[in-house]
Structure formats: C-alpha cells, structure tokens
Design a protein around this ligand. Sequence first.
Ligand SMILES: *[C@@H]1O[C@H](CO)[C@@H](O)[C@H](O)[C@H]1NC(C)=O
Length: 645
Amino acid sequence: MRTVDMPSSGAVLALLLALAPSTSAFYFPGVAPTSYKPGETVPLYVNHLTPADSQNDPKLRSVFSFDYYHPPFHFCPPEEGPRYIRESLGSILFGDRIQTSPFQLKMIKNETCKAVCREQTFSNRDAVFVNNRIYQGYDLNWLVDGLPAAQLLKDPDSDQPFYSPGFALGRVDGNTAVLNNHYNIVIDYHEASKDNYRVVGVLVEPYSMKDSKFVDVGRAECGSAENPAVLAEDEDTTLTYTYSVYWIKSPTPFATRWDKYLHVYDPKIHWFSLVNSAVIVTFLIGMVSTILVKTLRKDIARYNRLDQFALEDFGANGSAEDGVAEDSGWKLVHGDVFRPPKNPLFLSIMLGNGAQIFMMAGLTIAFALLGFLSPSSRGALSTVIIIFYMIFGFIGGYVSSRVYKFFHGESWKLCFFYTPVALPGLVFASFFLLNLFVWGRGASGAVPFTTMLILVIIWFIISVPLSLAGSWVGFKQPVIDTPTRTNQIPRQIPPAGGYLRPLPSMALAGVLPFGAIFVELYFIMNSIWFSKVYYMFGFLFICYGLMIMTSAAVTVLMIYFLLCAENYHWQWRSFCTAGASAFYVFASALLYWVKDVSFGSWTSGVLYLGYSLLLSLLFFVLTGTIGFFASWMFVIKIYRSIKVD
Ligand SMILES: *[C@@H]1O[C@H](CO)[C@@H](O)[C@H](O)[C@H]1NC(C)=O
C-alpha cells in the first residue's frame, strides 16, 4: 500500500515542458478593434502620475500617485473641463484615474508644435512641488485608443527594443530638475483596409523647451531643447506646454499590438529560478515520500505484527505487557491525535478563509494563464480577483463549518458569523486606514470613498450570504469520520527538544515554500510598486504549484516527526509551520526596501510596510491552510492503516 501519493519528478518535468510555450505573453485581444478614417479624432486619455524607475536611477522613491490634473502640475485641462472615463472596479481600486484631455490627434495627420493651452504660471510653491516629483522620478501615463503611451527602451541583454509604458515628467540635469513641456507623440498605425486605420503603438518622446511661445489657440512656436525649462523656486515661472504628432505606418496588426509592451525582462532569470526550484522541490518531495513510505510501511507492519503478538501472548500468558512495551512512536498517540485543538473556532475560521484565498489565487492564475485577462481590458486582473474572492465565500463557509464540526465545536453562531467577517474585515479596515494616509498626504491616488462603499455593499450582498450558505451546507454534513477513538484523559506529552520546538520547526520548514516563489515574488513586487504590467502567468502558475507541493511535503514531514515524538498537537502546528513562509515573504519585502527603495517621507514608508504586512498575513493564511489540510489527510491516512482495539 502506498501511504502517501506524491507526483513523481517525471510528472513535474512533463508539466514544466507542457507549460513552457505559454510562459511568454499570450492573451486574447479582449477588445474589438476601433478603426478610424483619415482625419478622425483619436482620443488621448490621461491617467494618474506614478513613481517609476529609470535606467540611471532604479530606486523606488515614493508610493503615492497623483491625479493628472493635480493643480501644481498645471497640465492643461480640456476647455469643457476634464471628465472621468468609466472604469472597472478593480482598475479604480488599483489607482487608475482616467480622464479626458485637450490633445487633438487626427488620424494620419502629422502636426508639429501645437500648444496644448495658454502659457501656465508656476508659483514658487508649485515649483517646489513639481521639482520634488521630478527628483522622485514620476512618470506620466497616457492612453491612446486603449494603448499606453510608452518610452522606447532597449533590453540591456538582448538589445531588443521594447515599449515601456509611461514616460518621464522631467529629468535631473546635474542637480537641477528639468520639466518636460513638449511631447513628440509618435503613433504607429496599421491600415486594416482602405481608409480604415488602427492604432497599434504609441511612443512619446518628452522634451524640455524653455523658449516655446504660445501664439494662438492650438498654435505655438517651439523653442530649442538645448535650452531646458527649469522651474525657479524663488520666483514665478511661465511655460507653455506643446506637442507634435507623427503617424508612422506599421506592419503590426491590431491583434498583436500588445506584444511589444509585454516584454519579459531577463527571461533567463525566470527559467533559471524555475528549474532551480523545480529541482529542489522534486528532490524534497522524492525524499519526503521515500522516507515516509518506507518508514511508515515498516511502522505499520510492526504495529500490526505487535498487535497479533499481543493477542497471542494474551491467550498464552494472560499478559500483553511484552508487546506493548516495544510499542513506540506515533501509534502511542492514537487516542489523542484527533482530540480537538485549542481555540478550534479561530482555527476553523482561518482555514475557511485560507481555502477561499487558495481557490481564488489558483483560479485567477489559471484564468490569466489561459489568456482570458487581456492587458487591453484595464483592471481585468484585479476585478477578477475580487469577483472570485466574493464567489468563493461559499467555499470559505463550507470549509470552516466542516472543520469546526470535526473539532466538535459548539459555538456555531460565532463560526457562521466570523468566517465571512473576521479576516475580510481586518483586511478592509487596514486598507481603509492606509488609504486615510494617502488622503492625508493630499495625493490623489486614494481610493474614492464611493468605491469603498460599493466594495462594502457587494461584500455584504454577495460574499456574506454565500459564505453563510456554505456554512449551512457544511453544518448539515455528517461529522468527518476518524479512524481511531479519542481517549477520555489526554496523554502526557514528553518534552521534545531541537528542531521540534515550535520556532525552530517553523523557521526550518517555512524557508522551502518561500524558496519556490521568491523570484516571482520579486517581479510581482516590482510590478506593484512601479505600476508595471505583470504578464508572466506561466511562470507564476508553475511557482504556485511548486509552492503548494513544497508546503504540503515539508509540513507532512514535520508532523510525522512530531507524532513520532508523541506530541499530538498537530493542528495548530501544521498551520503555523507552513504559514511560517509568510515571515520570509515579509523579510523579503524588508530586504527589497533596503535594496531598491529610498523614501523621502515617512508616510510612504508606512504605506509600504502596511501593504507588505497585509500581503504577508494573507500569505500566512494561504500557506497555513495548505499545510493543515496536507497534514490532516496524512494523519487520517496513517491512523487508518493501523489496527487499534
Ligand atoms: C509623418 O512624419 C513621419 C516622420 O517625419 C513620416 O515618417 C511619416 O511618413 C509622416 N506621415 C504622414 C502620414 O505624413
């Protein structure tokens, strides 16, 4: 009998190979193409300003984003006033604020040096504000026909040019901040059919020109880029924002226009780390399963033989002492191993929520991997995350109920109530508090109050009832059978030392699941803080799988040693052992701070730490749940295979 079924190394490698082609960018076009006639207006929308890294200064200096029409920037609004463009919930939550702009782009009509609006006067306070944003490396984010305006960068390894969304607000010349007030907008167009043109790429080359002069509505005389515009911090400065538009014919069809944006930085690193962790994981799992299968088989055979001897002895001598004296290890705790843990309610709630996150994360990544989350539908990823999270409230309730019943819980009302409220409430409250900081800073990246309200409302209308329904269904199910009966009196636990103490065991076990994901984690952090498109879902999918397997394998091994040491408190222990990888995740966020971040204000730091803590907490619950259920199956399986009278 194989006690523990683990995928063999061959299966893992086959999986890797099967997924290999999809690790690069793949997506469905998502939106129907828009065609424009020559001379027709192509809308240019403006999004918030975000902190970015540049090639000479790769450090993150702020986490706040600013509304495009934040007054100190003096960007020209359209005459009738800016208007918000409708967006998905996810895209608003993650900071997008898309508005209309006064830029006039006419399909295949080249134009040079147009004024965006009349000259703008910067007071010294505005100048200080804008200069600070330039020092912090802020980027402008525009959208033309749904495509982000990009900078043309070259991959330092392959020398391949690619489009990096966003372009600089200004640059630092020596020690002075220079504001870009002229934009060369270069648009790639594709001729779909006669007189039907489509936008397939947008580049913006920003320049700084001190001497540009406003002439008439829409007309200007551009100065020279030799003489850059510097905002004086001790007097008023007057500047004119100007732009030129160039249309360039491109062979790229609409369907593949995103390809050049979804550039994978250094794919070698991903592959290297992936193969690396796959090898480690396969090795680990191989080791765990051989140790376990071998020793367990021996254990089980011994126990069952002892059983027989004990019976025969009993018949012959009237004493079973000999047989029992040799009995040792995990069998001894058979009368306690299914004794409910301390705080069963709390653990059940955590496990319910963990199952919910597990399903959400897995399905989201799978969805993205299959190409359903097109980058052209902005915020699709975050919206899908929210929807899945809400829907899987059902699973959360069901799991927490069944586990609670298994633990012989009594406070059913509390279990029903806290499962959909405790963790989401905590997450939402922290999110709300952190958002208060953004409000306090006057940065406009704060999530609007109405969006928060909508979130709370759909949570109460969809997630909470689903969770209650799940809890009810789980509650109606019979108690999960245990293979051994629990004794009346709890057994004494002999003291254990070394790696079996809680902290060392957590520190030891937690590092392995973290090892499976840390490279991908670094890229995800980069894309969150620098608002970049993350599009390596193939890698992420494999990493998620590897993380699950490592968490499960390493926790099962720990719990086996724990039971052998006759300690039957495996429930919380398995949860915390696997969850410990969250401490490594948090530590890596701190390391990222030391290495890649240099904040000018403490509020940025609070925000960064707050979100990192929140993320680590969710990760703790997720991995802890994986560890618990793996151990649960393991424990039930091994105690089912021995005979106990
Ligand atoms: C616009 O200008 C660019 C660059 O000067 C040129 O390559 C392109 O052919 C022009 N397009 C049209 C439609 O005139």
